[in-house]
Design a protein around this ligand. Structure first.
Ligand code: NAP
Length: 422
């Protein structure tokens, strides 16, 4: 991700050193300090299994010349207990200062209570691209006939849309004021039913859309395997928000990339559907159609760019095709910043049972290692994980659908991955 010049100072600590940046370049020392949030619910279980895997991957790759100096920071229930606050400023500032961090899931109550801490973190740190690669690992049980066809990467806008948190509760003065404004000033008379109403606002900006779509196109340009970028929207209904996302997305493609990017129209009108090897093809699909296309035409899609809510739904649906949320990784990116986190939530009913699959967090760590340029460690981690799954030594979620599997606990699975790296 691009970044303006800055001058990071104060980077040394007694045990490790901070990651800094110079212009567009991330400077990763051999012993970087990496903050992490354990997370709520199953967070403690998956971190206890994943942290040794990260350390073993780095050790395997660099034989002691590199290591991660972990620094725990608090959010969610653990933060409330330790500091009285759910998301202390210190946590946000520590992550901001260290640039690369990882987190487990954080619980968000439905309907009442506090706002999402996950959304707050992404917004406060301006981590505008939630990137979720969905790829199949051999041996994972999947509901699909050809799960290996799934190899997509979702770029989800992370800071706006209905997640911006601009909404008013039914029965409040605020909501009635908004209703009056909408009906009387904006002319939408008799559009909202009488009686209690909740109202939310869905901002989609040109700025937010374009910087996200740029990331998706840049990724495809650098990739040897992902040539198509699909803008996923519901612009047929929400014309000025999701429709605008589509239009601004195409604008970026047409105005900023020259011949490096062509649209699907050009592909068919001028090339009879045969894409040039060195160009990225941008197309768009309506979100409901896309939810079936990922199953019926899985191999035709590569990179998906979309507003926040579509991205949330679609990445879980993609995850189901490669074995479920237990193995679906993700990371949030901003300018010279990365916060890795699994797609799944805190799965509270399994908390403390040492039962769930830590693979999603482990593979989120793989994204973090790649972002740091530690490719060898990222590869070692994937090797260990893939070998363990190949041996049919898996957690409950895979064991229930895999004949002949040996069912492992969360921590046993982590140990097995480490063993398989040696
Ligand atoms: P969830 O925690 O993702 O769990 C839903 C289901 O997915 C689980 O019941 C389980 O299915 C499966 N699953 C999730 N994690 C797994 C793992 N590590 N291994 C194996 N299976 C796993 O979703 P939720 O129950 O809707 O949400 C719980 C809380 O998490 C909510 O407060 C929500 O707001 C929050 N949340 C946080 C984040 C985040 O921190 N980024 C993301 C999503 C949700 P089976 O029971 O069928 O095995």
């Amino acid at each position: 991700m691009n970044s303006p010049p800055n001058s990071d100072s104060d980077s040394a600590s007694s045990e490790g050193t901070r990651i800094t940046r110079s212009g567009d370049t991330l400077n990763v020392p051999d012993h970087p300090i990496i903050p992490y949030i354990e997370g709520d619910g199953v967070g403690a279980d998956i971190w206890a299994a994943a942290k040794p895997v990260f350390d073993a991957a780095v050790e395997t790759a660099y034989d002691g010349e590199r290591s991660i100096v972990w620094k725990e920071v608090f959010a969610g229930e653990k933060a409330k207990k330790n500091t009285g606050e759910l998301l202390p400023d210190e946590t946000v500032e520590t992550i901001r200062k260290h640039r690369v961090a990882a987190k487990g899931p954080l619980t968000t109550p439905v309907g009442a209570g506090f706002r999402s801490l996950n959304v707050a973190l992404r917004q406060k740190l301006d981590l505008y691209a939630n990137v979720r690669p969905t790829y199949y690992i051999d041996g994972v049980p999947s509901p699909m006939k050809n799960p290996e066809q799934m190899d997509m990467i979702t770029f989800r806008e992370n800071t706006e849309d209905v997640y911006a948190g601009i909404e008013w509760e039914a029965g409040t003065d605020g909501v009635e004021e908004v209703r009056r404004f909408v009906e009387e000033q904006m002319g939408y008379d008799e559009t909202i039913h009488d009686g209690p109403v909740g109202i939310g606002i869905k901002p989609i900006t040109e700025f937010g859309t374009k910087r996200l779509v740029r990331e998706a196109i840049d990724y495809a340009l650098e990739s040897n395997t992902h040539q198509f970028v699909t803008l996923v929207h519901k612009g047929n209904i929400m014309k000025f928000t999701e429709g605008a996302f589509r239009d601004w997305g195409y604008e970026v493609a047409r105005e900023e990339y020259g011949e490096e990017v062509i649209t699907e129209d050009t592909l068919w009108e001028e090339r009879d559907g045969d894409p040039p090897e060195d160009a990225v093809v941008v197309n768009d699909r309506i979100a409901d159609n896309m939810l079936q296309q990922i199953q019926t035409r899985t191999d035709q899609y590569d990179v998906l760019a979309m507003p926040n809510l579509n991205g949330d739904y679609l990445s879980d649906a993609c995850g189901a095709q490669i074995g479920g949320l237990g193995i679906a990784p993700g990371a949030n990116f901003g300018d010279a910043a990365c916060l890795a986190e699994p797609v799944h939530g805190s799965a509270n009913k399994y908390a403390g049972q040492n039962k769930v699959n830590p693979s999603a967090l482990i593979l989120s760590g793989r994204l973090m290692l790649e972002y740091m340029g530690w490719e060898e460690a990222a590869d070692a981690l994937l090797d260990g994980l893939a070998t363990t799954i190949d041996q049919k030594r898996v957690t409950y979620d895979f064991a229930r659908n895999l004949e002949g599997a040996e069912r492992l606990s969360t921590s046993e699975f982590g140990h097995a991955v480490v063993e398989n790296m040696d």
